[in-house]
Design a protein around this ligand. Structure first.
Ligand SMILES: [Zn+2]
Ligand SMILES: [Zn+2]
Length: 865
């Protein structure tokens, strides 16, 4: 499997290394040839260093890829990036054993994405990438997407693409230089716009060329099938009748002219087009190209290539063939001539050709698309009993849709041997394993501050029929070699209970928890103050930059009073709300009066659209009037809102949002210039909506337009939120004497230079800000993903007026007394993480020295070449 450490393989008798007259060595080692085909050429320069011209490697790693060939003919790639990742034993030749499986990442239960990953030996293909897709995968420790360079989207909705930016950032971190998106027009625009808001991201986001109707590579052939809403389907294909037609390309009939989607008839009618062959010429008269229609939903037909045929050795023996290069040639489907002039054709010695059956991925977003689904010729070719009958159909349509009689009709048209896998909202949501384990630990420490999470169970029974499969997170369908469904990686429904039992069995952890509880109860018995229920700060996301297994991106919910909630940043909050509040999520959303966005980095605002529309739906469910939510954000957010409106065709953002630019609410001396004059009435609007006496965005030292927030409530409390910033004088001045400071602490105290480079704070700097501000208490948050369950802090050096934020943590002002005492038990429970972080720190320092030395050597070698 790629990427794994492999011992160099001996090539055996079939290995032949022909050296041509021009000194170019052509490796005919059968494994390599089988994989890379005839184009595999290994050029060995005079100095003995082989420069790999293998198109695939070059395409991926660029011109700097150097391929050393060891004496045994096996090429070892010393490319520093790859080696750094996979270690010294990395061998560049991967044996493709033909294994193919389809893994459910998440099955679409409420608040979770619908996403599957098709794995071959060398590549993986992701289908849909809703919010949390990457988190679930790294939480499960199953697939890390490092082989994923192609992502396929069915329908353009936030549910399917909300996780693309996070995925792209994570793929970049895994060394993937480019990711290609396939699917509806505009998905790449949304993703590029989202990534634009990320810090220093360089990954290239591509999309399939508009004239392509098929994606093809060494492993699979994937056909795009357009599904259109009924009016368009009827308009462009008025007389289409699947029962009488066998021509799969008929729907690109050139009689149908549409002026807004232009492409030549040559380009449109190709059933398979290589990326390198664009339409040769353009004509004035163009045809309607359904795949480029903004309303087009994509279904996919995945057809794996047949495996190379294996040799029947008994037949070889009977024909007088001995093991050696001739058998290798026959295996490559070439005829050979024996010394006695007998010509042997591959069919004489090879097993019969395999006919891999297709896998379909289908989403019918609403009833408008049923007409097109039922009339699709390409899909109908996979129905019934024939050589092309589908082996598996992955249904990504909603529960109601798959139960629609017309959709059922579509299902019934398939062969009785076709299997159907269903991903929809009634499936299990049990997927974020790391989060559940962590919360169980924390809940045992303090069940008020860390409440149990709501994980909706599967809402319908498993299907009785063997061919109908209700998807579960991590379920695996083995396509080759065995056609079986495996649920061994799925989590047991009582996963949470088992985790708790596990913790309860650990004597050391239990002692730490008991000691902490005793300490707290003795403190609480001396304090008579029960405290108010409000304000309550709820941390929904406490990570910086990208979502990780244990922490989501920044988002803080402030319950200001009985009727008023404010969300401070929104880097992916809806799924967190559902996990924390379960059935009460609607109530929380209805009371959500405003969202404050501190700045336009992706980890602080990209969850907003989904949340705002879910709030609208919650109001509708409660039979309440749709009132707009206040969005207080930098003026530059307007371009992101426009992208949303254009790409998702939502004209209704104005209906659900009342936009107030934070620059408008700033006050002297801490202001930034704005185009128009400040409107003092806006502050009154915000104050009255949030029942506060002051609401003050303060410019801070981070990205352009970043601000913190100082908020003072009618009942007297004052809370300060830093957003992302270096230590900031303006925030210290305006936040003076606050009851609670929520401050970012991205990096550990000794990483001052790294923090300054990205304009963030270290733990020590954040605490010093709190001291200067004379904050009564402070919570540290926005931790780098380099720390897992606990950041590296040398907290004994500091005072005891601070606590560490965790996702799903609820903090009232009356609780803060117990939070600092919690750090010691946390450090004890997660001591492995601290040890790991310290070890990694030392390793990183050594590695960076080593890499700079190796890079120096490599550049010398390249100069010589
Ligand atoms: Zn951030
Ligand atoms: Zn930031």
């Amino acid at each position: 499997m790629f990427p794994v450490k492999k011992k160099p393989r001996k090539c055996g008798e079939n290995c032949v290394n022909n050296v041509a007259d021009d000194g170019i060595s052509i490796c005919s080692m059968w494994k390599v040839k089988r994989k890379y085909g005839e184009n595999f050429v290994n050029i060995v320069a005079d100095d003995g260093i082989s420069i790999c011209s293998l198109w695939k490697i070059n395409r991926k790693f660029g011109e700097n890829c150097v391929n050393n060939v060891a004496d045994n003919g096996i090429s070892i790639c010393p490319m520093w990036k790859t080696k750094r990742k996979y270690g010294e034993n990395y061998v560049n030749i991967v044996t493709d054993d033909g294994t193919i499986d389809l893994r459910v990442i998440s099955s679409g239960g409420r608040g979770t994405p619908k996403s599957v990953l098709l794995n071959t030996t060398n590549e993986s293909y992701l289908f849909n990438c809703g919010e949390n897709t990457y988190r679930i995968s790294c939480s499960s420790r199953l697939d890390k997407f490092s082989k994923t360079e192609n992502i396929f989207i069915t329908h353009k909705s936030w549910d399917n693409i909300g996780g693309l930016h996070g995925m792209a950032l994570s793929l970049e971190a895994a060394g993937v230089p480019k990711v290609t998106l396939h699917g509806p027009t505009g998905i790449e625009t949304v993703t590029r716009d989202a990534i634009f808001f990320a810090e220093g991201c360089r990954i290239i986001i591509g999309r399939q060329q508009p004239w392509m109707t098929t994606y093809s590579d060494d492993n699979v052939n994937i056909t795009y099938v357009p599904l259109l809403p009924v009016e368009k389907e009827q308009f462009h294909n008025p007389s289409k009748n699947i029962s009488t037609s066998n021509n799969s390309d008929e729907n690109t009939n050139s009689n149908n002219v549409c002026q807004d989607s232009l492409i030549t008839s040559e380009g449109a009618s190709k059933s398979s087009t290589e990326p390198s062959s664009p339409p040769t010429k353009r004509k004035k008269l163009s045809v309607y190209m359904p795949l480029t229609d903004p309303d087009c939903t994509y279904a996919y037909i995945i057809k794996p290539h047949p495996r190379p045929r294996s040799v029947d050795l008994s037949k070889c023996a009977s024909l007088g063939l001995k093991p050696g290069p001739l058998i290798g040639k026959l295996k490559n489907e070439e005829s050979v001539t024996l010394p006695d002039e007998t010509v042997i054709h591959p069919d004489q010695v090879l097993m019969p050709k395999e006919n891999p059956k297709p896998i379909l991925v289908v989403e019918c977003p609403n009833e408008d698309y049923l007409y097109s689904l039922l009339r699709s010729e390409k899909l109908s070719e996979c129905q019934g009993d024939n050589d092309n009958s589908a082996e598996l159909v992955v249904h990504m349509s909603s529960y109601d849709m798959v139960n629609n009689p017309q959709y059922q009709q579509f299902i019934q048209r398939f062969s009785s041997s076709t299997r159907h896998m269903f991903l929809h909202e009634k499936t299990s949501t049990l997927s974020l394993t790391a989060v559940l384990e962590l919360q169980s630990n924390l809940n045992m420490l303090n069940s008020t501050i860390f409440p149990q999470l709501h994980i909706p169970k599967q809402q319908i029974e498993d299907y009785k029929s063997e061919n109908h499969i209700l998807a579960k997170p991590f379920m695996k369908y083995s396509y080759r070699p065995k056609k079986i469904v495996s649920v061994e990686d799925c989590l047991p429904e009582d996963f949470e209970g088992k985790t708790r039992d596990q913790i309860a069995g650990d004597i050391n952890i239990m002692k730490t928890i008991t000691d902490y509880k005793e300490l707290i109860s003795s403190k609480q018995s001396t304090s008579k103050d029960k405290g108010s229920d409000f304000p309550e700060v709820v941390f929904l996301g406490t990570a910086s930059s990208v979502p990780g297994a244990f922490r989501n991106c920044t988002s803080i919910l402030l319950h200001m009073d009985e009727e008023t909630n404010l969300l401070m940043d929104c880097g992916g909050s809806l799924s967190q709300l559902l996990m924390l509040y379960g059935d009460k999520t609607d109530e929380v959303l209805i009371k959500l009066k405003a969202i404050f966005i501190s700045h336009l980095h992706a980890d602080h605002h990209l969850g907003m659209s989904g949340l705002v529309f879910e709030r609208k739906a919650a109001l509708a469910r409660a039979g309440m009037e749709i009132t707009p939510i206040l969005l207080i954000a930098p003026v530059q957010i307007i371009s992101w809102l426009r992208t949303n409106e254009e790409q998702f065709r939502v004209n209704s953002l104005k209906e659900v949002l009342q936009l107030v630019y934070s620059q408008n609410l700033m006050r002297e001396p801490y202001t930034v210039p704005i185009k128009n004059e400040r409107d003092p009435t806006l502050l009154e609007v915000v104050k009255s909506k949030l029942n506060c006496t002051d609401f003050l965005p303060v410019p801070v030292l981070h990205s352009k337009h970043a601000c913190g927030l100082v908020i003072t409530h009618k009942s007297g409390w004052k809370i300060v939120y830093s957003g992302d910033t270096m230590p900031c004088k303006a925030l210290i001045e305006t936040g003076k004497d606050c009851d609670l400071l929520i401050h970012e602490a991205t990096l550990q105290s000794d990483m001052v230079a790294d923090a300054a480079k990205k304009r963030h704070s270290t733990v020590k700097q954040a605490i010093e800000v709190g001291i200067q501000m004379q904050a009564k208490f402070q919570m540290l948050t926005h931790f780098s993903q380099r720390y897992k369950r606990i950041p590296l802090i040398e907290h004994k050096q500091f005072h005891n007026k601070f606590g560490l934020a965790y996702d799903f943590m609820k903090v009232k002002l009356s609780d803060v007394g117990v939070l600092n005492d919690m750090i010691d038990p946390l450090a004890e429970i997660f001591k492995e993480d601290l040890e790991y972080a310290r070890k990694k720190e030392i390793d990183n320092k050594q590695k960076s020295k080593h890499i700079s030395k190796r890079l120096g050597n490599l550049s010398e070698v390249l100069k010589a070449v």
